[in-house]
Design a protein around this ligand. Structure first.
Ligand SMILES: [Zn+2]
Length: 70
């Protein structure tokens, strides 16, 4: 599980990567906000989504999405 502390653009809470069936998405633990794919991309790149709080580098980075074999 990947976390980005204090990175929620809405409430400044902690974001977590959630494993769904087809892909993972990122949501806020505190307010439940789900990031858009664009915001998630920025986040995973190690940049800030919106707030002026430094985001610690995630322990595991996933560059791009793995497409399921068609
Ligand atoms: Zn939030």
């Amino acid at each position: 599980m990947t976390f980005w502390l204090k990175s929620c653009p809405k409430c400044g809470g902690d974001l977590e990567a959630v494993d769904a069936l087809l892909e993972t998405y990122v949501r806020c633990v505190q307010c439940g906000l789900e990031l858009t794919q664009v915001q998630e991309k920025v986040l995973r790149r190690g940049s800030r989504v919106h707030v002026a709080v430094p985001v610690p580098a995630p322990a595991v980075t996933h560059e791009g999405r793995h497409q399921p074999a068609a």
